[in-house]
Design a protein around this ligand. Structure first.
Ligand code: ATP
Ligand code: MG
Length: 391
């Protein structure tokens, strides 16, 4: 007997009341996109679950792909059948016989309240048939085989295997965010966590040629290629940053250069986010990691923007970030030795407690606004997309 559907559970979505319909619509669309290589599957949206009708396709490849789609709590390989109790007995017995183990438990759920038999009774009747026809014993606490049954209006679903999903929210339901992508280890991980939480990202990168290698753009494309697994198309805005950077070093004390440079980056991200009507910006900052990421520095840097700045890895240890980077396969790309503008211009003694008065004094010495506008007028846009039919 063959499983014919995958049941997709939403988890956190169930608590979202009137937004639920929209969430299901977006999730169904994302599932369709993630499974674009399978031409003849069907996606069926219902109020509590989404079903993927397999039409003879390999379910394990599909489950593997769906495990990376955010907004999915769990996945079960199910057999859809009619809810007649005699039929259910037959189906459950057949499915149990296909499994290996010594003990079992039946767990029935009756979503269709018009169904004449209560869940407890279904459990007992099914268990009785299994006990009579196999050598299996009941173990309600830690069974080798868990036979689950969900009786719904449109029929009954029987399953014995459930797989964990990525959790979070469907990509796109949270809106869009302007993400600062540096090419290091942290910012791609921050991007991944934002997408998992339902936010669509657009990236901004500050490039300082000839100080930074042009190869960094290839590196960013490769990183975004990995992130395409979670968001099939990502827009990358490359901002020419050289002039601003050179001027910062001319106009300010070396120990303040990083603070002022980061204020310029945040100003640019803020302007571009607002121009694109995004409501927030995000970074891969982690508190305490470097001089510009102390609370004192963050205060002085953050003061140039009035929109929320999300820092998904703010409390992660470097080792935790690296574990995630290995998991999503960005680590080897991130450690490629391309110089970042931060590393090239890194002063010997950056301020960990910058003074706002000092910062304002340095910034008042020159017209950075016109340089910001010039940089924004010369943004280079690249779209990085998922390759179609990639097996
Ligand atoms: P990462 O490894 O992600 O680069 P990091 O540890 O190198 O982080 P910083 O260089 O201080 O930390 O940068 C902190 C954050 O600022 C980065 O995570 C990124 O969001 C942003 N950032 C830094 N440099 C750039 C850049 N050249 N372009 C875009 N964003 C940048
Ligand atoms: Mg960096």
């Amino acid at each position: 007997m063959k499983y014919d559907h995958i049941m997709v559970r939403f988890g956190e979505l169930s608590t979202k009341g009137k937004n639920k319909k929209e969430f299901i619509k977006v999730l169904a669309k994302n599932i369709r996109g993630a499974l674009s290589e399978f031409k003849d599957i069907e996606i069926i949206s219902r109020f509590d679950h989404i079903y993927v009708k397999l039409n003879e396709n390999n379910p394990f490849r599909i489950i593997e792909i769906l495990q990376d789609v955010s907004g999915i709590q769990g996945l079960s390989l199910v057999l859809k059948t009619d809810e007649d109790i005699e039929n259910l007995k037959k189906v459950c017995l057949e499915l149990v016989k296909q499994e290996t183990g010594n003990t079992f438990k039946v767990h029935a759920k009756r979503a269709n309240k018009n169904y004449p038999i209560i869940s407890d009774q279904i459990n007992r009747e099914i268990a009785k048939v299994i006990l009579q026809n196999t050598d299996l014993k009941v173990d309600v606490h830690n069974p080798d085989i868990l036979v689950s049954i969900e009786v719904r209006d449109e029929g009954a679903y029987v399953f014995t295997h459930t797989y964990k999903g990525a959790g979070g929210y469907p990509l796109g339901v949270g809106g869009k965010i302007m993400h600062m992508l540096s090419g290091g280890i942290d910012s791609p991980i921050a991007a991944y966590l934002l997408m998992k939480r339902g936010l669509k990202i657009e990236c901004i990168h500050f490039a300082s040629p000839p100080y930074t290698n042009v190869g960094v753009i290839e590196k960013l494309k490769d990183l975004l290629g990995k992130l395409n697994k979670y968001q099939p198309e990502i827009r990358l805005n490359i901002i020419p940053f050289t002039k601003l950077q050179e001027e910062i070093y001319k106009q300010s004390d070396e120990s303040y250069a990083i603070t002022i440079m980061r204020r310029m980056m945040f100003r640019l991200a803020d302007r571009l986010a607002k121009r694109r009507r995004f409501l927030a910006i995000s970074t891969g900052e982690s508190v305490g990691q470097v001089a510009s990421q102390t609370l004192d520095s963050m205060n002085v840097i953050n003061a140039v923007t009035n929109i929320p700045v999300l820092r998904p890895v703010v409390c992660y240890d470097k080792t935790e970030i690296i574990d995630l980077a290995r998991k999503i396969d960005t680590f080897d790309i991130s450690i490629r030795p391309f110089e970042d503008c931060c590393t090239i211009f890194a002063p010997k003694n950056p301020k960990t407690k910058p003074s706002m008065d000092e910062v304002l004094k340095f910034e008042a010495k020159w017209d950075y606004e016109s340089m910001i506008n010039e940089a924004l007028d010369n943004v280079e846009v690249i779209y990085v997309k998922k390759e179609e039919n990639l097996f």
